[in-house]
Design a protein around this ligand. Structure first.
Ligand SMILES: Cc1ncc(COP(=O)(O)O)c(C=O)c1O
Length: 485
């Protein structure tokens, strides 16, 4: 018998068309499926050869190969047996109850859907066409030519001091964030920042307050983390914590103060004070998700909620996913003193660190003024894109939708007639090559006015005009059907 490799693929590949392969495969499958359970004795090679109408030598070769692969063992004088532990037995590793939550419809990750190229009005995607490739490439080229060897070996989990320093300055001047460089950690995304915080502060079943309607990504992550997610209604002043009973005090509160996701309202000053007061009373941590707060049109960006925090209970989290590109995987979080050690240690165990090279390029990009310039350019472009959406909706859809240009951000909400289902409307639009996210997808409580969340940032004005045309045709058809009913 020639010596065979331990891997079944090699001998099988050599003999695929033969009876050897057929018998080998059939026996292996029978073992895997437990039709031949552990300890079962196989027929003798002579009997099996007669039964299968193959040469006895083929059966012997198959037995030898299955023994070499660990599926069978022969015991002298007793026969050939299935070895223990080779059956699948329905006991293949599966996600735990908590692991399985992540694929349940109630949790539903929103990040699995976007596999095709973005079409208008995909939400939450920035203008990749405006990314300053030349400046970035120039700095990246210089970085790789000159990077000192310490940087090639750097693995600081908190991130590169140069980037953290640039961020501390930027956040202090633009958003009033109060922190030192030591409070800043670099992560790949806001989602990763929230994950770190959830792991550090939450125990299973702890209560977390989230906005309703609110950001699906945060909700999904918090549920998967085992938290009890309690919806807090959002009105024109943002998250309305006042009416909430303190029966289940929160341990963590997720909020988007600068530009509520998805309604686009700003958390008012009295609400900010109320929120911090509730958090203080419950000794809760507040996660300020500042995903697109830098894009405020007409006025300067607002002061961060963190700037009003006097007792270290607000984490300010931001990301370059919207200001530069989501594919860069660069974000940051301003962590209160009491949590820095735990967050840093956990980061070092899980993500370990973000590429120091991308961080170095970004630090130089900021220090040389490119970031501020790019932000000005984006703000102008987004304001123009929002204006185009609003004027085209006004021109073509005045009788059907009401649309207000948001004061900030990448997305806006088009409100539909009260009787309409936003889910069905979004489905009809998808059939006409228009992407729109139904507002009901963001809601936890039943009811609420129907609307469509429309993203404009990634599309130029011509594309927006065309897409509003297609959207108007679909919505006008739906309105006629509705009237005829
Ligand atoms: C409210 C909100 N928070 C966080 C994120 C995620 O940001 P990141 O890509 O940095 O995880 C998004 C992305 O769309 C968002 O809308």
């Amino acid at each position: 018998m020639p010596k065979r490799s331990a891997s079944p693929e090699l001998p099988l590949a050599a003999e695929t068309s033969g009876k050897f392969a057929a018998l080998y495969g059939a026996l292996r499958q029978a073992i895997a499926e437990n039709r031949l359970p552990a300890g079962a004795r196989l027929p003798s090679s002579r009997d099996l050869a007669a039964q299968q109408r193959v040469a006895r030598g083929t059966v012997v070769a198959v037995f030898e190969q299955l023994a070499a692969d660990g599926f069978l063992e022969s015991r002298a004088g007793a026969g050939t047996f299935v070895r223990a532990g080779m059956n699948r037995n329905g006991r293949r590793p599966r996600p735990s109850a908590r692991g399985a939550l992540v694929v349940e419809p109630v949790v539903a990750s929103p990040f699995l859907e976007h596999r095709q190229e973005a079409r208008p009005f995909r939400t939450n995607v920035p203008a990749a066409d405006l990314f300053p490739r030349a400046a970035w490439a120039r700095i990246a080229g210089r970085h790789w030519r000159r990077a000192p060897s310490e940087l090639l070996e750097s693995e600081d989990p908190r991130g590169l001091p140069a980037l953290r320093t640039a961020l501390a300055e930027h956040l202090a001047t633009t958003r009033g964030v109060r922190c030192s460089v030591d409070n800043i950690v670099i992560t790949p995304s806001t989602q990763a920042s929230l994950d770190l915080i959830a792991r550090v502060v939450l125990s299973p079943k702890d209560t977390v307050w989230v906005e309703d309607p609110g950001y699906v990504g945060a909700r999904a992550l918090l549920r998967q983390a085992g938290a009890t997610v309690v919806p807090v209604p959002v009105d024109t002043q943002g998250m309305a914590v006042d009416g909430l009973s303190s029966a289940r005090p929160p341990r963590l509160i997720h909020v988007t103060p600068a530009h509520q996701s998805p309604l686009g309202v700003t958390l008012s000053l009295p609400r900010r004070q109320a929120l911090l007061q509730h958090a203080r009373r419950a000794n809760a941590l507040v996660f300020e998700d500042d995903y697109d707060g830098e894009f405020r049109f007409g006025t300067r960006p607002l002061a961060a909620l963190q700037s009003m925090d006097h007792d270290g209970r607000v984490v300010h989290a931001g990301s370059f996913s919207k200001t530069l590109l989501p594919s860069l995987r660069l974000a940051y979080m301003v962590v209160p003193d009491g949590l820095i050690d735990a967050v840093t240690a956990l980061l070092s165990l899980t993500l370990r660190f973000v590429s120091p090279h991308d961080q170095a390029v970004l630090a130089a990009f900021m220090a040389e003024g490119h970031f501020a310039r790019h932000m000005r350019r984006l703000r102008d472009a987004y304001a123009a894109r929002h204006a185009m959406l609003r004027s085209e909706c006004e021109r073509l859809l005045r009788d059907i939708v009401s649309f207000e240009a948001p004061a900030a951000g990448l997305d806006g909400v088009a409100w539909l007639p009260r009787r309409w289902s936003d889910t069905r409307t979004a489905r009809r639009l998808a059939g006409d090559a228009v992407e729109a996210r139904p507002l009901s997808q963001y809601r936890l409580a039943r009811g609420g006015a129907p609307g469509l969340v429309l993203g404009v940032a990634a599309f130029d004005e011509a594309a927006i005009r065309l897409a509003v045309g297609r959207m108007a045709a679909t919505l006008t058809r739906i309105a006629k059907e509705d009237a005829a009913r």
